[in-house]
Design a protein around this ligand. Structure first.
Ligand SMILES: CC(C)(COP(=O)(O)OP(=O)(O)OC[C@H]1O[C@@H](n2cnc3c(N)ncnc32)[C@H](O)[C@@H]1OP(=O)(O)O)[C@@H](O)C(=O)NCCC(=O)NCCS
Length: 284
């Protein structure tokens, strides 16, 4: 093991290669489920590197995006230093910097067990789990839309309004920024909206895979909820998946999201048993 004198400093675009190697070779790598690769956050504030003997040995990225929510997008450390040392040095620096700027919630979907004890010891609290559900070809509902509304393909020009629907539907911690909406749209294989004469009311974004489709995002403007718009978007997605000759649709949601769990279960989705804990830390 090399000497333990770590220096923490802001990450720079010039760190790209060193951090790529860490991500490629190291087994302790936490990456957020994200539409951006972790190194695409280089150049954002709140991306830190820990150096030892002039070499990047660990990194932590937790940029606030959108404002008010800072997800841990990357935490990685070299096997030559203990996880706890890397985490403590980086997290204490990040926490101090965040606390000096704004009130926000830091979140992490801890998919790997090794990171969970570090989070517990740093006073992160388990807030819920992310659960995976799958629709496996049961009879589907027809996408019926209330009179006066239209379901259509999303276009590039819709994206600011889509981000507006997202902000209306989700609490700040779970919102996505316009930049994330743009990236999700670029990666989507099926993206639809429901609109009235006054504007967008609901949207979904999904990505295709060899066995079916993954519903990446579904939201209905607060004032338009409980009018079967969410059901119509999911029914249309199931129809689209079937038209491709496939019969599997997956989705992640929060274990305490009563509305979405009820909607998916009513449509024939079942929990797969796979779930990941979400931890939060409030910076005030
Ligand atoms: C989840 C969401 C998309 C549902 O959209 P919606 O258009 O309001 O839902 P629907 O009207 O199609 O509801 C279908 C069924 O789901 C269930 N449901 C929907 N909202 C519910 C709620 N708030 N509480 C309990 N059950 C609910 C009901 O069984 C409902 O049928 P019913 O109204 O005939 O009883 C919407 O509440 C939303 O945007 N929430 C915030 C964002 C979010 O959580 N997205 C999903 C993340 S995976």
């Amino acid at each position: 093991m090399i000497g333990l004198d770590l220096q923490v400093r802001p990450a720079q675009p010039a760190d790209h290669q060193a951090l790529s190697s860490l991500i490629f070779f190291e087994t302790h790598a936490h990456r957020h489920l994200d539409w951006r690769a972790p190194l695409e956050w280089l150049g954002s504030p709140d991306f830190w590197v820990a150096e030892g003997n002039g070499r990047a040995l660990a990194a932590l990225a937790c940029p606030a995006d959108p404002p008010g929510a800072a997800w841990i997008r990357l935490f990685i450390h070299s096997g030559t230093i203990p996880a706890r040392l890397a985490w403590t040095q980086l997290w204490e620096t990040a926490k101090y910097a965040l606390a000096n700027r704004e009130r926000l919630e830091v979140g992490i979907i801890a998919q790997q067990p090794w990171i969970r004890s570090l989070l517990h010891d740093s006073a992160f609290e388990l807030s819920q789990t992310i659960v995976l559900l799958e629709w496996l070809g049961r009879p589907a509902l027809l996408p019926e839309i209330p009179a006066g509304l239209r379901l259509r393909a999303m276009s590039e020009t819709d994206l600011p309004a889509v981000a507006g629907v997202d902000a209306s539907a989700f609490v700040p911690f779970w919102r996505v920024s316009l930049d994330s909406v743009r990236r999700a749209f670029a990666l989507s294989t099926h993206a639809t909206v429901i609109e009235s004469d006054t504007g967008l009311l609901a949207y979904q974004l999904s990505t295709g895979h060899p066995f079916g489709t993954h519903l990446a995002r579904l939201a209905v403007r607060k004032e338009a909820q409980r009018q079967r718009l969410g059901t119509a978007l999911v029914a249309d997605l199931i129809r689209h998946t079937r038209q491709r000759g496939l019969a599997r649709v997956s989705v992640n949601t929060q274990s305490d999201n009563r509305a979405s769990l009820a909607l998916y279960q009513e449509m024939g989705f079942r929990r797969t048993g796979e779930e990941f804990p979400v931890y939060r830390y409030s910076v005030t």
